[in-house]
Design a protein. Structure first.
Length: 295
């Protein structure tokens, strides 16, 4: 049998993303041994019980011992303390990567704690669901989806290529960009849409009782799609907004201006303005379907 890409992979955090990676890596022989660390015993028991990893540890330092790949897959707010804990415990040459949804803040949080012998290859799979925890993962999650890698100038290129091979082995397509460019792109494609969904669902929650019941009853008219996005993990999303502050505020500013323009068009009865915009946006949807990023 061919040598696996990594002999021992350690996951710090084994929820939706970590457990999907572990399942796929096991299925495709990308790692010889898979181990994990999480905060709660319940999560550790689940990860081992489901067969996602063979061993679980209650500290990040214990989990990374002897690993040649370390994947940080926790909410971003925990990254600095995790990097501090694993830094001295890493095997020389071990590659550290991550899956966090923001990249510049992650680079700033992790790199100060890693030695020159441990390359950091920041990554972000553009795939997910609104579910959390080890039981929610599945090996096909990354199939046909993009993963963005954001190496810095000091990231060793062999390590980047190895992490690229890992993602391609899990069925993903890989793009490389700078951390700050990633944060700008994701602010508009992911962070702003989540903020809007959280707002709309929050507005509906604040309605009087009888109206709120009708919102649920007739939700298939559009509201339902926002509730799926707004069901995403609260801690994860708190950390995303706190760590991508500038790009989110910049896109939010543009969005508010465009919303005000629409408000004015509706007030003035300018149907042509509305129709022109809606025709333009319909084309974007067709483009996403053509790019096989939606059915
Ligand atoms: P998740 O399902 O909630 O899993 C998070 C995991 O991290 C759990 O195993 C949790 O353990 C563990 N954890 C939390 N704090 C920790 C700490 N201080 N030390 C050790 N383990 C800790 O989350 P997820 O959806 O996989 O998201 C993980 C990362 O992926 C986030 O940074 C997110 O931005 C990124 N991401 C998410 C998606 C998505 O759609 N969900 C998509 C792309 C990227 P316990 O259960 O014991 O707390």
């Amino acid at each position: 049998m061919a040598e696996p890409l990594f002999k021992r992979a350690a996951f710090i955090g084994i929820g939706l993303i970590g457990s999907s990676m572990a399942r796929r890596m096991a299925a495709d022989g990308l790692a010889g041994e898979l181990v994990a660390c999480a905060r709660s015993q319940d999560t550790l028991d689940q990860a081992v019980g489901l067969g996602v990893v063979s061993q679980a540890y209650d500290t990040p330092a214990a989990a990374v011992e002897g690993a040649d790949l370390v994947v940080i897959a926790t909410p971003i707010g925990s990254y600095a303390s995790i990097a501090k804990a694993i830094g001295p415990a890493l095997k020389p040459g071990a590659i550290v990567t991550d899956v966090g949804s923001v990249k510049q803040a992650v680079v700033d949080a992790v790199t100060p704690y890693l030695s020159d012998q441990n390359p950091f290859v920041p990554g972000h799979p553009i795939a997910g669901t609104e579910n959390s925890g080890p039981a929610s993962g599945f090996p096909e999650l990354f199939e046909g989806r993009w993963t963005i890698l954001t190496p810095t100038e000091s990231t060793n290129s062999d390590a980047v290529e190895k992490v690229r091979t890992l993602w391609e082995g899990m069925g993903a397509m890989v793009d490389i960009m700078t951390p700050s460019h990633h944060d700008m792109v994701l602010a508009i494609t992911s962070h702003l849409p989540h903020l809007i969904a959280y707002t709309i669902v929050g507005t509906a929650t604040d309605l009087e009782d009888d109206l709120r019941q009708e919102v649920v009853k007739y939700s298939a008219s559009g509201f339902r799609d926002f509730t799926r996005i707004a069901a995403s993990d609260p801690v994860m999303w708190r950390d995303i907004f706190l760590n991508n502050r500038e790009a989110t505020l910049e896109t939010l500013q543009r969005f508010s201006e465009d919303l005000t323009a629409l408000q004015r068009a509706i007030r003035r009865g300018e149907g042509d303005v509305l129709e022109k915009l809606f025709a333009r946006t319909r084309k974007i949807r067709r483009g996403i379907i053509d790019a096989k990023q939606a059915e």
